[in-house]
Design a protein around this ligand. Structure first.
Ligand code: AP5
Length: 219
């Protein structure tokens, strides 16, 4: 899943992984867990994340190399939030090729920055299952608690502060947007409009994912 902050990678990645019965690997979520537990990775990543900056490529590549080798990822996976730089994309292709694997489709969700800044202001997350809600378009049933954990209050993410959001978009434009061309040139890019209902976007993603699974790999 490729796309700017708040475009719906987590929301849709979770559904796609369930649909295909594969693992969801969200690098943002792995890092937030590490921060919450105060692990060495978390201590290293925390300052970068809260400022809206990317974590070092070497750290991220090592993390994904280990996570994709775990048992639950052997039958395939949806990657949310990785790769985010050209060196990460090159490392991913190389590490998958070593295992005889490849990327079937890069689902590129597109929404304007203005709409996403508004979305991120309204995001509330369940601290237990990490499901994201939004007052505007993806609300929780009672507006305050997770639908699946009815006693758990939804929370705001520290990097959804206005200053951090601006920095995340700057990082996206400078370092992640070049990946659109990287994947377009190898025939793997599947653009999908990300505005509309969560169900509507999911239906479009499923269509594109199915096309990706049928297309011959060119890299
Ligand atoms: P990460 O967690 O990946 O953050 P992000 O890319 O900024 O994306 P978000 O999680 O904010 O948004 P999303 O696209 O998942 O949207 P969501 O589904 O939540 O990474 C966080 C940080 O970790 C990075 O800034 C960086 O520091 C570090 N990091 C992670 N990976 C890294 C890497 N590879 N390299 C280096 N550093 C890395 O939806 C957003 C909101 O919209 C929610 O409220 C949701 O309910 C709502 N919503 C979703 N779809 C719809 C819809 N169709 N209509 C209305 N509302 C909707």
């Amino acid at each position: 899943m490729l796309g700017p902050p708040g475009v719906g990678k987590g929301t849709q990645g979770r559904r796609l992984a369930a649909e295909y019965g594969v693992a969801l690997i969200s690098t943002g979520e792995i890092l937030r867990e590490a921060v919450a537990h105060g692990t060495p990775l978390g201590l290293e990543a925390r300052r970068q994340m809260e400022a809206g900056r990317l974590v070092d490529d070497t750290v991220m590549i090592g993390l994904v190399r280990e996570r994709t080798a775990e048992q639950d990822a052997r039958g395939g996976f949806v990657l949310d939030g990785f790769p985010r730089t050209v060196p990460q994309a090159e490392a991913l292709d190389a590490m998958l090729a070593e295992r005889g694997w490849g990327i079937d489709a890069v689902l590129h969700l597109e929404v304007s920055e203005d709409a996403l800044v508004r979305r991120l202001q309204g995001r509330r997350e369940c601290p237990v299952c990490k499901r994201a809600y939004n007052a505007d378009g993806a609300p929780a049933a009672d507006g305050r608690h997770c639908d699946d954990h009815p006693t758990t209050e939804l929370q705001t993410r520290p990097d959804d502060r206005e200053e951090a959001v601006r920095q995340r978009f700057a990082e996206y434009r400078a370092k992640t947007e070049p990946l659109v061309d990287y994947y377009r040139m190898t025939g793997r890019l599947r653009p999908v409009p990300g505005l509309g209902t969560v169900d509507g976007v999911f239906a479009a993603l499923r269509r594109e994912a199915a096309r990706g699974l049928q297309a011959p790999r060119t890299a």
